[in-house]
Each structure stands twice: as C-alpha cells, then as structure tokens.
Design a protein around this ligand. Sequence first.
Ligand SMILES: NC(=O)c1ccc[n+]([C@@H]2O[C@H](COP(=O)([O-])OP(=O)(O)OC[C@H]3O[C@@H](n4cnc5c(N)ncnc54)[C@H](OP(=O)(O)O)[C@@H]3O)[C@@H](O)[C@H]2O)c1
Length: 247
Amino acid sequence: MRLSGKVALVTGGSRGIGFATAKILSENGATVVITAKNQERLEKSTLEIHNAIGIAADIRNTNDVKNVVNKTIEKFGKLDILVNNAGIFPKIKQLHEIDEDEWNEVLDVNLTGQFRFTKEAIPHLKKTNGSIINISSDAGLKAYQGFNADAYSASKAALILLTKCWALEYAKDKIRVNCICPGVVDTDMTKPFLETRKDREFMDSEHPLGRIGQPEEVAKAVMYFASDDASWTTGAILAVDGGESIK
Ligand SMILES: NC(=O)c1ccc[n+]([C@@H]2O[C@H](COP(=O)([O-])OP(=O)(O)OC[C@H]3O[C@@H](n4cnc5c(N)ncnc54)[C@H](OP(=O)(O)O)[C@@H]3O)[C@@H](O)[C@H]2O)c1
C-alpha cells in the first residue's frame, strides 16, 4: 500500500473530485479526513470511504478550518497530506456584470480558503515532511472566450502561482507542493454545462482526447503527487485535461 500509515485531509471531499480523491487515498492505505460544508452529504459520503472520518466546516470560516486541523491532530496525531480541493464555480458573467459580493465570495472559497487550510496545516506538515496538492483549473492557465467567470479564473491562476511560492518556501522543510489543473470533469459543478446531449457533445469536442474527464482521472494524479513516486517533484503544475490547455 503506497500510503500506508499516512494521514490525509481532503477539503471538499464530499462530492466530485474530492470524493474520488478521498476514496483513492484510502484505497491506498491512508487514513482520510474529509471536510465539506453540508453536514448531511458529508456524513453520507464518509460512510462510503474506508478508514475515513468527516468533519464539517465552512472553508470561509477560520475557526472552522482550525477546528478541522486540530481535530485531525487530536485523533490521528499527525498530518501527512493536504489536498486543497474545495471550490465553487460562479455564474458565467462578464467582468462588468459581476458585483463585488460575488467576486469576494469566489475568492473567499477558492483562494483564501486554500490559504486558511494551508496556514493551519504547515506546522504539522513540517513534522512529517508532508505534501500539499492544490486543485486549480485550466481556467487558471488560459482565457476562454465566452466562458469567463473572472473571479474563478483569478482564484485558480493565483493558486498556480501560490503552489510555486509555497513549494519554494517550504522545500527546506521537505514539504512538497504540487498543483493539478483539470479540464471539464463530470461533477455537480459542471452539471449546468452538460444538461443536453448537445451541451455534452460540445464539451467533449472541446477536449482533444474527445471527451470530458471523470473525477477518478484527476484523483489518480493526486495519488501520484501524494505518494513517494513523486518524491523529487515539487512546484509542478500538471494539466489533467484531455489536452484542453494545449489548444
Ligand atoms: N469539475 C470540473 O470540471 C473542474 C474543473 C477544473 C477544476 N475543478 C476544481 O476541482 C475542485 C472540485 O470540483 P468539483 O467539480 O468536484 O466540485 P463539486 O462537485 O461542486 O464539489 C465541491 C466541493 O467543495 C465543497 N465546498 C464548496 N464550498 C465550500 C465551503 N464554503 N466550505 C467548505 N466546502 C465547500 C463542497 O462541499 P458542500 O457540498 O458541503 O458545499 C464539495 O464537497 C474545485 O476546486 C474546482 O474548482 C473542477
């Protein structure tokens, strides 16, 4: 088992990419703490994952975030892997149509939320020479005509650069920090874009490999970064996107 004895924390682990990630980490021997906002859904998802506990938290709330990390340490004594995955996708609007509350909400969850968890986790990851995996997006790598949700793109681009900053800063502590940029993945987040057969065919055709991705295909990349297979890899930005970002 590649992650035997490891303790992993997955934010947004109740659904989609986070759920698939929590599952694969646990299947590879890790004890997994999953966190999400909606308690009921979190409890249901936790039951489906072997060796996992769920701790509800709103990533926008610093005390909630501290509570998740503290409880993880109280219960399991350490933290080896942090997967910064929780995120929201706002309504697609042009910049001049976005009001400031919408802008702030997206940055609060997708960017400041990752800062909050990382800040609390770092002292513990220093002790284990741990690993952080940030889930960004192709939207952080390039602009999309007619598909822009500017706050989302800004949050995801910032996470890409923060990956490199944190990787450089904490390399002396032997903490590895890597980042994954998915293309369109079949989850609740993308449901509004996949409603009709025509929508789905369009989304499939946007990806050079001819289809959108499945959450498990992103989770496998997380698994790689979390394991010793990536022991000499830090600051890497990996597109897992059916080739979408090379267009
Ligand atoms: N799906 C894609 O095509 C795609 C592409 C590129 C990047 N990504 C990124 O991949 C990550 C996962 O996306 P997904 O598609 O799996 O999303 P999803 O199915 O919508 O799940 C989002 C997860 O984030 C949690 N979350 C949202 N707001 C939260 C908050 N305020 N506090 C705590 N948890 C919160 C949700 O928990 P609750 O249900 O409890 O709110 C849920 O567990 C996101 O960062 C997303 O931006 C996704």
